[in-house]
Design a protein around this ligand. Structure first.
Ligand code: HEC
Ligand code: HEC
Length: 322
């Protein structure tokens, strides 16, 4: 796509050089076209990110059951006539990277829905989302029409992404799906009744990049709750590497390797506040009833006594080679 854009740009420069003496206005129109194309590409990228990372919870469709306020409500709280784009974007990025009560400017939403779970996004992706939110009035009829149109277009795989980024997108889509299901279930049934909702196998992955790429996604752990999620030796090595790096205050990036003609990515899963009701300290954070339900379903459960920021396990994403 970028290549095509560059070619178009080059073409318009060449063309404008040629005809500069005859028609000034035509070349201006062409330059505007190129700019429009670039804008559309950026907008579609932002919409795709919103679709996979945010709209599971911040569903724009009215009337659907909701686990979080719609995005236009959030924009209303963050946006006013005086705020600069830089300030707006910085505020949104700050909250997403660190969703705490102190960083929230919507105490009512935190009370109604519970705090947004912490997820990990690429900095440039959140930047793109925040820019888009500033530039677009996502409450307008015009925007809804655009979104409805975009929603209908089949999931496509951007050709310029690395395997690591493709895997990350799929992991984020899965995470936000699990997050939504869990938040909804905990809200409606309490933690004890929500025990069966922390499960990737319950998530439909039709119309997603995962289908287009013929991807398999699983979660594994060195301290599994369900024994079928037990990590193998290579996966455990990654988990231990992550722990060691964290103890040294270092970052530990995802890992992608080629295995039997497939590309396989490992992505860490961290514990946040939302998880402690079922993976925290028994009787203190996990209540008696929840504990009993867990024990009944998983007599060999090892997945307790975690703290915020611990590694709980990893996503393993298996992709066909492009
Ligand atoms: C798993 C569900 C979930 C996902 C996925 C999610 N959010 Fe949220 N978000 C929430 C909930 C719940 C709230 C309301 C409570 C709060 O403010 O923390 C919220 C609130 C917010 C707020 C307002 C914060 C405040 O209180 O001032 C912003 C901004 C936000 N989300 C942005 C995003 C963006 C952008 C994405 C996608 C990258 C996203 N969220 C994905 C659940 C989610
Ligand atoms: C309502 C209870 C509940 C909450 C909240 C919860 N989990 Fe779980 N979790 C479970 C149960 C039950 C399983 C076993 C699911 C299965 O059979 O695959 C599980 C399994 C997992 C697994 C798969 C590996 C394994 O041990 O079987 C991971 C990874 C995981 N949870 C991470 C998290 C994270 C991260 C959070 C917070 C964002 C979280 N969970 C919140 C109940 C919960």
């Amino acid at each position: 796509m970028k290549n095509l854009e560059n070619k178009l740009l080059l073409l318009s420069i060449v063309v404008s050089g040629f005809f500069i003496s005859c028609s000034q206005s035509e070349t201006k129109a062409e330059a505007a076209d190129v700019n429009d194309n670039e804008q559309t590409t950026t907008d579609n990228k932002a919409l795709a990110l919103l679709k996979t990372n945010c709209f599971n919870c911040h569903n724009p469709a009215m009337g659907e059951s909701r686990v979080a306020p719609p995005l236009f409500k959030i924009r209303e709280h963050y946006y006013d006539e005086e705020i600069t784009k830089e300030e707006f974007v910085a505020a949104i990025i700050n909250f997403i990277n660190n969703p705490t009560e102190e960083n929230s400017i919507m105490p009512g939403a935190v009370r109604n829905f519970g705090l947004m779970p912490k997820m990990s996004f690429k900095e440039e992706d959140i930047q793109l989302i925040a820019d888009y939110l500033y530039d677009n009035d996502v409450s307008s009829d015009e925007w809804y029409a655009k979104w409805e149109e975009f929603k209908k277009s089949p999931a496509s795989v951007p050709t310029d992404l690395s395997y690591e980024d493709l895997g990350r997108n799929i992991v984020n889509e899965t995470k936000s799906n699990i997050g939504k299901n869990l938040m909804k279930a905990v809200k409606e049934r309490g933690a004890a009744g929500a025990v069966e909702f922390c499960n990737t196998r319950a998530i439909p992955i039709t119309d997603s990049m995962a289908v287009v790429l013929n991807v398999k996604v699983k979660r594994v752990s060195d301290k599994p709750r369900n024994p079928i999620n037990t990590a193998n030796s290579e996966e455990i090595a990654y988990i231990e590497g992550w722990r060691k790096a964290k103890a040294n205050g270092e970052k530990y990036p995802p890992k992608v390797t080629e295995m039997e003609n497939k590309m396989v990515g490992y992505y860490p899963i961290e514990i946040n506040q939302t998880c402690l009701k079922c993976h925290g300290i028994p009787e203190k954070q996990i209540n008696t009833e929840t504990l009993a339900n867990i024990k009944k379903l998983y007599p060999n459960d090892k997945a307790i006594a975690y703290a915020e920021g611990d590694i709980r396990g990893i996503f393993v994403v298996e992709m066909d080679k492009k």
